[in-house]
Design a protein around this ligand. Structure first.
Ligand code: ADP
Ligand code: ZN
Ligand code: ZN
Length: 737
């Protein structure tokens, strides 16, 4: 039986991993006129109390017995309908539980049901008439003059700031009555911005930059790939484009890969737009800060939003432009929960909101490059470095058969010394943190493995620990082999910590700045290290891929890539693409200022055709070659690909589950020249945190077919008893580990 007619029923998204909505009656005493989609409610769910978001108000429910929601949280909807539509689209595309998309979209404090009024603030600011007065006006009303002058000097002020100055509500009332000031505010208040900051002026664009800027139209949707060599002035183009957007009274969203990049980019944006409200949205923020920034974006108060992946899910009522910086970066794809790609969603949001989407990179992903080459995206290129900087000169150093010193060729060490003594800066790139990536017994061959993962433990010598970089298992360092009790234990290979020791011994007279996840765990540590490098003193920067990402350090003249080979022989078909991007990006740190740059690349296989192509012809030619290979092998981006994953402590259960899934899917859509199944096969990291991981890979010429199959799989899997077994679907999977 269905519930009675003429009822008001709340159809809600609830934060549970189920692919459906849930119906509730409104809280008792609610007037239907108070209800609006996008509001939050406290609702009962399986004995718990959860925060649900109202999606639709309906008159009928398929359920006979509906529970009442406990309480309405928002009066003003938290999410506009356009955002909700977008979230539902994404849930369909990624076959994800809709509640999980709402969870991903909302900052923690709002997910937990805090009222919006928690961040509400009011501030007093001068009106146009007020701003037009001379500084010493109102001399006959000294209190009012003091307030006027205070607002002149400090910009908008809230009640607390005013009362700290002895300026109470009577004096502000008086100023408001004269029409010289007014209270403003709402869900969130812009930060206090004094009017005295100076603007870093825009640069005069070179011809290529100017052409790119003029080619990008701000009205209506367009997708643009801006492929510009490292240091070619892409960011400058973004900034000038954003200036145009702000003049039109719109918001600009800038997506950046990682928190590490944000401080520098933020500083540059703040310097260019000192009088604008810039909201940063990333996971490094405290809960309250994050909610405030989110609300300022969602309520249209913030002008520029700089954020990492999840910022794409934030409502932006005045959106005018989306820029995805370093669009190739893997961090735009979420690797657990809802496995969405912020870059791909940016294009959907841009189309929905009729605004341009600009993807920028020196090393575009094959996906974006393919779209650009096939004419789906506008393709703009910056081939020259901006200003006076020239492209770096790159040399391959063959290391096979050489006597290496802790992984370095003597010739490379000499070059590092020469550069430092010329008072220049050197960057050494090593893509492994810790002291050594493996520990072995010389007598019996025992290897220190993680007890929970199919991986080796990394030695962190300073902490006297062995650690697993996949599950964070830690144990004390050992000095005896647990198998044969020999003391002949060797640390194999070199990570950043070991290289730091060697380089300090050699070049102790110069500061060695090590940048990896171990040295930058605190929020500001990376920025401080980079700040030091920016000061320009001769120093040696040593670090992992954190150093590859977009940093502009004009004093670096020499870049050393200690080992170019790790990605050349990986079973992951994307490994060559990633290696190419990484090498090009690291190399791109050299010679960004007045001094010319050099790059030394160590490799055991300097004749490897991919390395040769990359270093002689550049990333663009390299990427086009990889695209041709992907076409022949029927892989993305030419074909669409999805993974169906499962993991379990008992490997045969995960594997069996996937084998049954594949069989089921093949009855719906058999393998054909346009549809292929692979697996179940073990993931590249077969065991992680005690669970064995498998996947079935499905590739199809057309994406919609793949999506249908994923939908059928989810429906099938939701009916199975899968206790202790976890399954997931990964549309457009980026990572086979
Ligand atoms: P990218 O984002 O492509 O790596 P940036 O925008 O960071 O490049 O530019 C690299 C450097 O060149 C920066 O120091 C920037 O200020 C400078 N620059 C950019 N455009 C110009 C220009 N038109 N004239 C002079 N310098 C420029
Ligand atoms: Zn042993
Ligand atoms: Zn582990």
């Amino acid at each position: 039986m269905e519930s009675g007619k003429g009822q008001v029923i709340l159809r809600c998204a609830v934060p549970v991993p189920l692919r459906r909505l849930f119906d509730y009656l409104p809280p008792t005493g609610t007037s239907p006129t108070d209800l609006c989609p996008g509001q939050r409610f406290w609702v009962p769910f399986g004995g718990r109390k959860l925060v649900a978001v109202l999606v639709n108000i309906v008159a009928k429910s398929p359920l006979a017995q509906l529970k009442s929601a406990f309480q309405q949280i928002d009066i003003e909807p938290l999410l506009p309908t356009s955002s909700q539509t977008f979230l539902h689209w994404a849930a369909d595309y990624y076959q994800a539980p809709i509640g999980e998309l709402y969870t991903a979209a909302l900052p923690v404090a709002l997910r937990q049901g805090k009222p919006q009024s928690h961040w509400a603030q009011q501030w007093l600011e001068l009106t146009v008439e007020g701003k037009g007065l001379p500084f010493n006006a109102l001399a006959r009303a000294p209190k009012q003059q003091k307030l006027l002058q205070h607002l002149f000097q400090h910009g908008r002020q809230n009640r607390k700031q005013l009362s700290a100055q002895g300026l109470g509500s009577a004096v502000s009332r008086a100023l408001c009555a004269r029409g010289l000031a007014q209270w403003q505010g709402g869900a969130t208040a812009p930060p206090d911005m004094s009017a005295t900051q100076e603007q870093a002026p825009p640069k005069t664009l070179n011809t290529e930059q100017q052409q790119a800027l003029t080619a990008i139209k701000l009205n209506g949707f367009s997708a643009i790939l801006l492929e510009g060599t490292t240091g070619s002035g892409k960011t400058e183009v973004f900034l000038q484009l954003i200036a145009g957007v702000l003049e039109n009274g719109k918001q600009a969203l800038l997506l950046v890969p990682e928190i590490g990049l944000t401080p520098q980019t933020l500083r540059r944006i703040k310097a260019r737009f000192p009088s604008r409200y810039i909201a940063a949205l990333h996971s490094g923020l405290a809960t309250n800060e994050r909610a405030r920034a989110w609300l300022s974006a969602a309520k249209g108060v913030a002008d520029i939003i700089v954020g990492t992946r999840s910022a794409i899910l934030t409502p932006l009522p005045r959106l005018g432009l989306i820029v995805v910086d370093e669009e190739h970066d893997a961090s735009f794809k979420q690797q657990d929960g809802v496995r969405y790609s912020a870059r791909d969603l940016a294009l959907v949001l841009g189309r929905n909101s009729a605004v341009p989407v600009l993807l920028g990179s020196a090393t575009p992903s094959l996906e974006s490059l393919h779209n650009a080459l096939s004419g789906r995206y506008q393709h703009l290129r910056l081939r020259k470095r901006a200003g006076n900087a020239r492209p770096p000169q790159i040399s391959l150093i063959g290391t096979m058969g050489q006597q290496l010193i802790e992984g370095f060729s003597p010739q490379v060490l000499d070059q590092i010394g020469l550069s430092l003594r010329r008072s220049e800066q050197v960057l050494v790139f090593i893509n492994r943190r810790g002291f050594a990536p493996a520990l072995a017994c010389d007598d019996c061959g025992w290897l220190a493995n993680c007890p929970h993962c199919s991986s080796k433990l990394t030695l962190h010598r300073r902490q006297h620990q062995l650690r697993c970089h996949h599950c964070d298992y830690r144990r004390a360092h050992i000095d005896r082999c647990p198998q044969c009790h020999s003391r002949a234990i060797s640390a194999l290979g070199a990570g950043t910590e070991r290289s730091e020791e060697l380089l300090s011994r050699r070049f102790g007279a110069f500061p060695i700045l090590r940048v990896d996840r171990d040295t930058t765990s605190s929020k500001r540590a990376l920025d401080q290290l980079l700040q030091r490098a920016r000061s320009g003193e001769p120093c040696l920067l040593l670090g992992t891929q954190m150093l590859a990402k977009g940093h502009h350090l004009p004093q670096i003249t020499l870049v050393v890539i200690q080992d170019a080979d790790s990605g050349l022989f990986s079973p992951d078909f994307r490994a060559p693409e990633r290696t190419g991007q990484l090498l090009e990006q690291v190399a791109g740190r050299a010679g960004r200022g007045e001094l010319p740059g050099r790059v030394l690349v160590q490799s055991r296989y300097p004749q490897h055709p991919l390395l040769q192509l990359l270093l002689n012809k550049g990333y663009s030619a390299f990427a086009r070659q990889l695209l041709r290979e992907r076409e022949l092998t029927q892989l993305p981006p030419l074909w669409a690909m999805a993974l169906v994953r499962a993991e379990c402590e008992q490997p045969q259960r995960a594997e069996g589950f996937l084998a049954a899934a594949r069989q089921y899917l093949q009855t719906l859509a058999p393998s054909s020249p346009k549809l292929q199944y692979l697996g179940p096969v073990p993931a590249l990291l077969e065991r992680k945190s005690g669970r064995f991981r498998f996947y079935v890979q499905i590739t199809a010429e057309r994406r919609p077919l793949l999506q249908q199959l994923l939908m059928h799989f989810c429906q099938w899997a939701e009916t199975k008893k899968t206790r202790q077994l976890r399954w997931a679907v990964d549309m457009d999977a980026q990572d086979l580990s």
